[in-house]
Design a protein around this ligand. Structure first.
Ligand SMILES: NC(=O)c1ccc[n+]([C@@H]2O[C@H](COP(=O)([O-])OP(=O)(O)OC[C@H]3O[C@@H](n4cnc5c(N)ncnc54)[C@H](O)[C@@H]3O)[C@@H](O)[C@H]2O)c1
Length: 377
C-alpha cells in the first residue's frame, strides 16, 4: 500500500533571493544556522547576529558560517551594537530568530529569558524604525503563545494569547509588542510573526529537547529518561518551518499577504504524543531504551498543543510536505551519518534537496530506508 502525500506548498523562489540583502538573528542556534545555510544556497547576501553558540557541537561551526556570511557575535540586549550591525548590513529582509528558546531553562532563568526575548525584540524593532532599506520582517515566536484552555482544540491566530511558563509569556509579550510597532511605527516595512510548533531535524544539539536527548543517550547505549510521554505537540521537520518563513518573507516583500501572525504546523494527524515520536525515533535509529519518569515533570508544560494552519494554506499557499514519519526518519539518518563522519553541510544539503524535490512520499521508500539504516548500523 502506498500513501501518497500531495505537495501543496510552493518552494522559495531563487530569483527572489539571489543577491538579496538579508539579516538573520539567531544564526548560532539550530534553526537560524540552517536558515542561513539555506539562504546562502539561494544566493542571498547574509548578515547575521547572535550570541556565541551554546552547544558543542553546533551547526554554526559545523557549517562554517563565520566564513560564509557577515557574522557578528553580539547580544540583542546591547542596543548600540545591534543598531550598528543593522546600519552596516542595510538589509532588505530581516528574520528574527534569536531567543532563549527553552521552556525549562526559562523556569531557571526567567529574567534572562524575558530580557533576551522581549527586550531583545524591542531593540530590534527600535533599530528597524531607522532602517528604510527593510521591506519585509519575519519575527519567529512560537505555538506556545496561546492561552491554554481545559478543552483541547487547535489554536487559530485570533485565539487569546497567554503564557504559563516564562518562555511562553515572553513570546506572547513579543506578539503584542510587534503588533504595536507594526501599527505605530513600521509603515515602511511589512512585518509578520510566525508561530510554528516543535521542530525536529538533524543538527540540533540543545539540552532538554526530545530528539537531541534521545540521540545523545542512545549513541552511548544509555537509557533515555523522558518526562510527559503523553504530551501532544505539533511536530514538524525544521525545513517545513524554514521554508514557510522564506515564502512568508517573499510574500510580505511583494505585499501579497497581510502583515499579521501566521501559524505553521503539521497536519492534524501529526500532532502526536512524545511517546509516538520516540517510537519512530527508536525504529529509525535502530536501537534505544526509554524509561518514563513522571517525577522529572516538575515544571508545568502544556499537555496538548495543536495548531490550526488554515490561514497559512489559504493566504500563503503553505502546507505541510513531509509526514511525521519522514521527518523523524530523516532526522535520525542525519545524526547517524554525522556520527560516521559525514559533514553537516552535506547532510543539510541532502535534506534541503530532498525537501524541495519531493513531490510525494511513499511508505515503501520509508520502509526501505529504515531497513538500510538498520543494516548500516
Ligand atoms: N526549536 C523549536 O522547536 C522551536 C519551536 C517554536 C519556536 N521556536 C523559536 O525559533 C527560534 C529559534 O529556535 P532554535 O530552536 O534555533 O533555538 P536555539 O536555542 O538553537 O537558538 C537560539 C539562538 O538565539 C541566540 N540568542 C539567544 N539569546 C540571545 C541574545 N540575548 N542576543 C543575541 N542572540 C541570542 C542564540 O545565540 C542562538 O543563536 C526561537 O525564537 C525559538 O523561540 C523554536
Amino acid at each position: 500500500m502506498e500513501a501518497l502525500v500531495e505537495r501543496l506548498s510552493a518552494n522559495p523562489d531563487p530569483a527572489f533571493w539571489r543577491g538579496r540583502r538579508v539579516a538573520v538573528t539567531g544564526h548560532t542556534g539550530f534553526k537560524g544556522a540552517i536558515l542561513v545555510h539555506f539562504l546562502l544556497r539561494l544566493g542571498a547576501k547574509v548578515s547575521a547576529f547572535s550570541l556565541a553558540p551554546h552547544t558543542t557541537p553546533n551547526l554554526f561551526d559545523e557549517l562554517a558560517l563565520h566564513h560564509r556570511c557577515a557574522s557578528q557575535i553580539g547580544d540583542l540586549r546591547e542596543f548600540e551594537t545591534l543598531n550598528n550591525w543593522l546600519l552596516e548590513s542595510q538589509p532588505e529582509v530581516v528574520f528574527h530568530l534569536a531567543a532563549q528558546a527553552l521552556v525549562r531553562e526559562s523556569y531557571r532563568q526567567p529574567a534572562a529569558t524575558m530580557s533576551s526575548n522581549f527586550v531583545g525584540t524591542l531593540h530590534l524593532l527600535e533599530a528597524l524604525r531607522q532602517q528604510s532599506s527593510v521591506k519585509a520582517v519575519v519575527c519567529v515566536t512560537t505555538d506556545k503563545v496561546y492561552r491554554q484552555s481545559e478543552i483541547a482544540h487547535a489554536f487559530s491566530e485570533n485565539d487569546a494569547l497567554g503564557g504559563h511558563d516564562p518562555y511562553s509569556a515572553s513570546k506572547a509579550a513579543c506578539e503584542i509588542l510587534i503588533e504595536s510597532y507594526r501599527l505605530s511605527f513600521l509603515q515602511h516595512a511589512s512585518i509578520a510573526t510566525a508561530r510554528a510548533g516543535n521542530v525536529i531535524g538533524g543538527g540540533d544539539w540543545s539540552a532538554e529537547r526530545l530528539l537531541p536527548d534521545a540521540v545523545r543517550a542512545w549513541q552511548l547505549d544509555d537509557v533515555l529518561e523522558i518526562r510527559s510521554p503523553d504530551a501532544i505537540r505539533p511536530w514538524q521537520h525544521v525545513l517545513e518551518a524554514l521554508t514557510a518563513y522564506l515564502i512568508l518573507a517573499e510574500k510580505l516583500f511583494a505585499s501579497e499577504c497581510e502583515s499579521r501572525a501566521y501559524n505553521f504546523g503539521p497536519d492534524a494527524r501529526d500532532a502526536v504524543s512524545v511517546r509516538r515520536v520516540l517510537d519512530l525515533a527508536r525504529q529509525y535509529f535502530g536501537r534505544g531504551e526509554i524509561v518514563e519518569h513522571s517525577d522529572l515533570a516538575s515544571f508545568h508544560e502544556a499537555q496538548v498543543l495543536m495548531l490550526n494552519t488554515d490561514l497559512a494554506r489559504t493566504q500563503l499557499g503553505i502546507a505541510p510536505r513531509w509526514t511525521l514519519e519522514t521527518a523523524v526518519a530523516r532526522s535520525m539518518l542525519w545524526y547517524r551519518q554525522f556520527a560516521r563522519g559525514v559533514s553537516a553541510a552535506r547532510l543539510c544539503d541532502e535534506d534541503i534537496a530532498a525537501f524541495l524535490s519531493d513531490t510525494q512520499i511513499h511508505e515503501h521508500e520509508q520502509a526501505g530506508m529504515q531497513a538500510n539504516e538498520v543494516r548500516d548500523g
